[in-house]
Design a binder for this molecule. Structure first.
Ligand code: ATP
Length: 311
């Protein structure tokens, strides 16, 4: 592989999953979206996206969830790479490879993480040198969660979740993620939320003072008590088994539990890595969830791990 004829450039980027510590959903807008106020935290569970120049655009996927990821034009990482090429007038198709560790359709924004990773990987491969703000703007075109997965850490999202603002936060937290079978589709969960709230006054969404104070304090008990998700009732209405998952985690001593985004993953907060391991073992033993994982947060957003390089 050393001759110039076989030399290939590539770039690899890792991007994290997310949990919404708080998700306030406003009324349905005329464009069908809802105004949100959300507090995101990036979690240490990563997908890795590699881009390699090729004759044609393509996408391939490996990892435990590969079979559930589309490999056609609907793949979000491929759409991200193509969009950046269009915006920057780069004429170099790439083969996008995703190594997937983030459960698919679990409410942890794995597809958005892949889009964020593909944007950054192509920016490096093509030496585009986009500013952070330019990349965030392109990310917002791809999906509401994509800008946050570029940014990482902890942030408040408004608009559809794509407008980010910093938040004063300290501490590092240990999470346990109970991943259930049968994804809940995000549009269905929002529709159910609208149905359950029909006729009710919906206040303008904003982060709660309790959540902001908990993040400032860095205290897991306070954060556990402040977790809240306006989509929770809708997710539980569509998938009542999630009630059992939530109850089990809290019974086993979690500091708090929450449906992640539109579900069906349930995220539990614990106060140490030992407590997280214990909870993981207990929840696995009950069999209430298909899979139970641990992750720390907050972590960085999408980061280049290799390249551009020649192999
Ligand atoms: P949302 O961001 O809507 O909350 P989610 O986190 O629940 O979504 P994702 O893993 O992002 O779930 O996948 C949602 C759907 O997006 C999948 O069912 C899949 O069909 C599609 N999809 C497109 N590209 C990808 C990708 N690269 N990885 C995972 N899913 C993808």
């Amino acid at each position: 592989m050393s001759s110039a004829a076989t030399a290939r450039r590539s770039a690899t980027v890792r991007a994290p999953a997310k949990v919404n510590l708080e998700l306030k959903v406003g009324p349905r807008r005329p464009d069908g979206f809802h105004d949100l106020a959300t507090v995101y935290m990036a979690l240490g569970l990563h997908d890795e996206v590699t881009v390699i120049p090729a004759d044609e655009w393509s996408v391939s996927v490996t990892g435990p969830y590969a079979a559930r990821v589309p490999t056609d034009e609907s793949n979000l990482a491929l759409r991200a790479a193509r969009l950046l090429a269009t915006v920057t007038s780069v004429d170099e198709p790439v083969a996008v490879h995703i190594h997937k560790e983030i459960p698919v359709a679990g409410g942890m924004a794995g597809g958005s993480a892949d889009a964020a990773a593909a944007l950054l990987a192509c920016d490096h491969l093509w030496s585009v040198g986009m500013s952070r703000d330019e990349l965030l703007e392109i990310a917002a075109e791809l999906g509401s969660d994509v800008p946050f997965l570029l940014a990482g850490g902890i942030a408040v999202g408004s608009g559809r979740g794509e407008k980010l603002a910093p938040v004063l936060a300290r501490g590092s937290y240990h999470w346990v993620l109970a991943v259930s079978d049968g994804g809940l589709s995000t549009p269905e969960v929002y529709a159910e939320c609208d149905r359950l709230r029909s006729g009710q006054e919906t206040p303008t969404p904003e982060p709660s003072p309790e959540m902001l104070a908990a993040l400032r304090s860095g205290d897991a008990d306070a954060l556990g008590a402040a977790l809240s998700n306006d989509l929770s009732d809708a997710a539980l209405s569509l998938k009542p088994e999630l009630g059992e998952v939530l109850a089990s985690g809290l019974e086993f001593g979690a500091k708090g539990g929450i449906v992640s985004g539109s579900g069906p993953t349930v995220a539990f907060l614990t106060d140490s890595s030992e407590a997280a391991l214990d909870l993981c073992v207990s929840l696995t033993a009950t069999g209430v969830a298909r899979e139970v994982k641990r992750a720390k947060g907050p972590v960085h957003g999408a980061q280049v791990v290799a390249g551009p390089s020649r192999t």
